[in-house]
Design a protein around this ligand. Structure first.
Ligand code: FES
Length: 158
C-alpha cells in the first residue's frame, strides 16, 4: 500500500500548527490510514521536535496505534476470561477459517484484520466482538456468521 508522503505532511503540519502533541499527531495519522506508516513517525518527530525514539515509544506503547497496515474492518474478539468461557475461542476459530488468516493478520485485500483483545470491560455481555468501534455482545457462532456475511456482502464479495 503506497501512501503519499504529502498527505502525511499535511496531517502532521496541521497538528504542529495547532501546537498538538506527538500523540495527537499520531492519532490523526492512525485515524486516516488505520496504521502508522514509518514516514509518519519520521515526519512527526522532525516537525514536532521530538526524538524519533520517543515517537516510536509512543507508537508501540498504546494499543490504539499500529505499525502494521490494518484492514478496512478490524474485528476484535475478546479473549478475557468471561468471554473465553462463553465461547470466544470458537468465534475466533470460525473467523480465522472464514477469512483464512490468523489473529493478528490482515487479509491480502486489506479488507479484514482479526485481533484478539483482553477484557473490554463489558463481561456481562460476553462474548464480545468489536468491528471497528462497534460492539456486539452475546455473540454466538450464528450471529458471528451473519455479521461476517453482512460485511462481505457490503463489499460486494459474495
Ligand atoms: S472478558 Fe470480555 S468483556 Fe470482559
Amino acid at each position: 500500500m503506497q501512501i503519499p508522503v504529502s498527505e502525511i505532511h499535511e496531517i502532521i503540519d496541521r497538528e504542529a500548527d495547532d501546537e498538538g502533541s506527538i500523540i495527537s499527531a499520531l492519532e490523526k495519522v492512525q485515524q486516516h490510514y488505520r496504521y502508522l506508516p514509518k514516514e509518519a513517525l519520521i515526519l512527526a518527530s522532525q516537525r514536532l521536535g521530538v526524538p524519533l525514539s520517543q515517537a516510536y515509544a509512543v507508537a508501540t506503547f498504546y494499543n490504539a496505534f499500529s505499525l502494521k497496515p490494518k484492514g478496512k474492518y478490524c474485528l476484535q474478539i475478546c479473549m478475557g476470561t468471561a468471554c473465553h468461557v462463553r465461547g470466544s475461542p470458537q468465534l475466533l476459530d470460525q473467523m480465522e477459517t472464514k477469512f483464512n488468516i490468523k489473529a493478528g493478520e490482515t487479509t491480502p485485500d486489506h479488507l479484514f484484520t482479526l485481533e484478539t483483545v483482553n477484557c473490554l470491560g463489558a463481561c456481562a455481555l460476553g462474548p464480545i466482538v468489536v468491528v471497528n468501534d462497534e460492539y456486539s455482545g452475546q455473540m454466538t457462532v450464528q450471529k458471528s456468521d451473519a455479521l461476517m456475511k453482512r460485511l462481505i456482502r457490503k463489499e460486494g464479495l459474495d
